[in-house]
Design a protein. Structure first.
Length: 183
C-alpha cells in the first residue's frame, strides 16, 4: 500500500521536474526500527511558485487536498493531502533553502516497483528529526543512530550548529546528549 503510493509519487514528481525526498516516518522505516506510520512526508526542493505544478499532479496520484490549497499552502509551505481509498496522508513540504537542495542531492535512491524513490540520507533524516524535536522524533533519532552507527557526525554537527545559530536552540547539545545516552 505505501510502496505503491511511493512509487506513484516518485514517478509523477520526477516527470514534473519537482525535486523531492521522503522524510519522516517512512525514512525512519528505511534506517531504523519498524514502527507504525500512517503518512508520507515529502520535502519538495522548490519554492511555492510551483504549487500549481503539484496541484496538477494530484488527480493522477489519486490524492485530495485536505485544505483550501492556495491560502493555507502559501501561508504554511505545506500541502496536506489524503488518498481517500487507503486513508494515507501525504504532506508535501515546500523548501528551497540551500540546505534542502543539498539534502535532496544527497538523498538515497531506493527502488520501489518501477520507480527510484528518493529518501533523505540518514544524516539529513536525523537533522530533520532534531529540528522537529518532539518526543517521537527524538525516539526516532535514537533508533536510527542505533541501527546506523556509521552516520557522518561531522556533517550532522555542522548542520545542527547552523540551525542552532539561526533558531537559537541548543540542537547540537541535545544531539550530543543523545549520543552520550546511547554510548
Amino acid at each position: 500500500m505505501f510502496a505503491e503510493l511511493l512509487e506513484r509519487l516518485a514517478l509523477a514528481l520526477d516527470r514534473a521536474g519537482l525535486p523531492y525526498m521522503v522524510i519522516g516516518g517512512q525514512a525512519v522505516l528505511l534506517y531504523g526500527e519498524p514502527r507504525l506510520t500512517r503518512d508520507i512526508d515529502i520535502t519538495l526542493g522548490v519554492d511555492i511558485d510551483r504549487l500549481g505544478d503539484l496541484i496538477a499532479l494530484l488527480p493522477a496520484l489519486r490524492l485530495q487536498p485536505l485544505v483550501e490549497t492556495e491560502t493555507f499552502t502559501r501561508r504554511t509551505m505545506v500541502l496536506p493531502c489524503s488518498e481517500p481509498q487507503t486513508g494515507i496522508r501525504v504532506d508535501f513540504i515546500f523548501s528551497f533553502t540551500p540546505y534542502e537542495q543539498q539534502a535532496i542531492a544527497r538523498s538515497r535512491i531506493v527502488a520501489m516497483g518501477a520507480a527510484p524513490v528518493r529518501f533523505a540520507s540518514v544524516e539529513d533524516l536525523i537533522v530533520h528529526k532534531m529540528l522537529a524535536g518532539r518526543p517521537r522524533d527524538i525516539e526516532d533519532v535514537k533508533n536510527v543512530l542505533l541501527k546506523q552507527p556509521h552516520a557522518d557526525l561531522v556533517y550532522l554537527r555542522h548542520w545542527l550548529d547552523q540551525f542552532a545559530d539561526a533558531l537559537q536552540q541548543p540542537l547540537r547539545e541535545r544531539f550530543d546528549q543523545l549520543l552520550k545516552e546511547l554510548a
